[in-house]
Design a protein. Structure first.
Length: 85
């Protein structure tokens, strides 16, 4: 569910929480949870990856699945955005 009206923000927020809880999120799951067309969400994920905020990695147990995770740069950005002024 896209609660802020910005798909990229929602992906970063989901991945930030997943990192904190030790949860893995597959690219396909991120696309489904956004509620938007898969191609639209993939464009947002590509843009986040191009900016060094998220990364994809293959699942060694299932080569059809790609995990999505937030990078250290992405975590730093989220911490700055979520910090109290």
């Amino acid at each position: 569910m896209n609660i802020f009206g910005e798909l990229s923000w929602d992906v970063l927020l989901d991945l930030f929480v997943a990192h904190k809880t030790g949860t893995n999120i597959a690219v396909s799951s991120a696309c489904i949870s956004s509620g938007s067309p898969t191609t639209t969400e993939l464009h947002h994920i590509d843009a986040l990856q191009d900016r060094g905020l998220v990364e994809r990695r293959s699942d060694p147990d299932d080569l059809r699945r790609i995990w999505l995770s937030i990078t250290a740069r992405g975590r730093d950005l989220m911490l700055k955005c979520l910090a109290k002024p």
